[in-house]
Design a protein around this ligand. Structure first.
Ligand code: DOR
Length: 435
């Protein structure tokens, strides 16, 4: 039986306290946590000076397979994941073809089984015509609705189609909330502008708020489990703060916490995404809303495009940025600076997403729970550089920033998947189950 002994770690408890000790992983589970374990194991890690966290769950990534493997695939995307301490990911259906049928979902699951080093789950994408399929397809972490068009061809923007989906079924609905009618009108209004910042003007705060309100009203009408993806504006944050039923969750991504429209001047289309980056004021209010628990967890919306594609003039430059490997270093840097806590990081990035998607036994370091772990060095500062990234597109919107808190080892189901800058590409993740 494969076993792994992690010795002398500072172990994060779910409440944010830490204890010094050893962790023994057996058969993919955390078998024992104790001050000193003498058992023999197939592999041993000396974790002296390092902090042991539950593996990060990234509940929103785009890994481009099938169809756009030149940008990313389930191997490269999962390598980037484990390099960033991410042990499980939920992947979006806007691939080519879109994941809108059981057959397309099965195809992705097979591909992931063959090449993903991290654990994986997939969304099923809604169209105006696949109601039965979205409710039946299994295993799926939820139904994804693009209420506004983004990368790919998925779109459900007619109120009657949205209503039909919310009214029928019980499964979680995750929405990309942007108002397609308003986006189209504003595209026409701003036609001719080719500067990248116009993207944030076209898809303004009202686009996001309108769609978030519509999704919320449908969710309330049918008591339907709703998850609002990548909340980006202070207006939406205030709206949720006023009234958010227990069956509604929301997430924020680092790009809307750490980047704003000032970054267009140095980064141009690198920071173009949907929903767009906003203002410093939005950053601050989203942080507060996350701290207050109104926003439930953090995803990355890892959405790689090549720099060549990104260099096209607006509006031909694609929207989206890679991010799966950098969210933990960004957040740990905040923690080291005293701006968030170890308990918050675990809630936002480990057990929060697990609870939201009904994933059992993940997100906490507890005996009997899955041995998905990341061992981080919170002392070393390191510069983010495009050439050091693991994503196939080899760039990061955070290049040039110095961050503190980097994964040294990532353990998936009790196996070392990443160590000292290298991925063990023979390791295979498992399909996630959703309760
Ligand atoms: O900017 C984005 N890029 N937003 C999305 O909703 C999709 C994503 C992508 O797949 O490129």
């Amino acid at each position: 039986m494969n076993s792994l002994l992690i010795r002398n770690a500072r172990i994060a408890r779910p409440d944010g306290a830490t204890i010094d000790g050893d962790v023994l992983c057996e058969a993919g589970r955390i078998a024992r946590i104790a001050p000193a374990i003498t058992a023999r194991a197939s592999e041993t890690i000396d974790a002296q000076g390092m902090l042991l966290l539950p593996g990060i769950i990234d509940p929103q990534v785009h890994f481009r397979e099938p169809g756009k493997e030149y940008k990313e695939d389930l191997a490269s995307g999962s390598h980037a994941a484990v390099a960033g301490g991410v042990t499980s990911f939920l992947e979006m259906p806007n691939t080519d073809p879109s994941t809108t049928t059981q057959a397309a979902l099965d195809d992705k699951l097979q591909r992931a089984a063959a090449k993903s080093v991290a654990n994986y789950g997939f969304f099923i994408g809604a169209t105006p015509h696949n109601l039965e399929e979205i409710n039946r397809a299994t295993p799926a972490c939820g139904i994804k609705i693009f209420m506004g068009a983004s990368t790919g061809s998925l779109l459900v923007d007619k109120p009657q189609d949205l209503e039909r989906i919310f009214a029928n079924g019980t499964r979680l609905i995750a929405v990309h909330a942007e108002d397609e009618v308003r986006i189209r009108a504003r595209k026409a209004q701003f036609a001719g502008r080719t500067d990248y910042p116009v993207h944030s003007e076209i898809r303004d705060a009202e686009c996001a708020l309108n769609a978030t309100k519509l999704a919320m009203s449908l969710s309330k009408k049918y008591k339907r489990r709703l998850h609002i993806l990548h909340l980006s504006t202070k207006e939406e944050a205030n709206f949720l703060r006023e009234d958010k039923p227990a069956w509604v969750t929301a997430e924020v991504i680092p790009n809307h916490l750490f980047l704003n429209i000032k970054d267009y001047s140095t980064q141009g289309s690198r920071v173009q995404m949907n929903p767009p980056i906003r203002t410093a004021e939005d950053n601050a209010l989203l942080w507060q809303t996350l701290r207050d628990g109104v926003i439930d967890f953090v995803a990355t919306d890892h959405a790689p495009h090549t720099l060549e594609e990104k260099s096209k003039p607006y509006p031909d430059s694609p929207s989206g940025m890679p991010g799966v490997e950098i969210s933990l270093p960004l957040m740990l840097t905040e923690m080291v600076a005293g701006r968030c806590t170890l308990a918050e990081i675990q809630r936002w990035m480990c057990w929060g997403p697990a609870v939201g998607y009904g994933i059992a036994n993940k997100g906490k370091i507890l005996e009997g729970w899955d041995a998905d772990l990341t061992l981080v060095d919170v002392a070393t500062r390191k510069l983010v550089r495009d050439e050091n990234t693991f994503t196939k597109v080899r760039w990061s919107p955070y290049s040039g920033r110095e961050l503190t808190g980097w994964p040294v080892y990532t353990v998936v189901n009790g196996e070392i998947a990443f160590e000292h800058g290298r991925v063990r590409d023979k390791v295979r993740g498992r399909p996630l189950q959703f309760g």
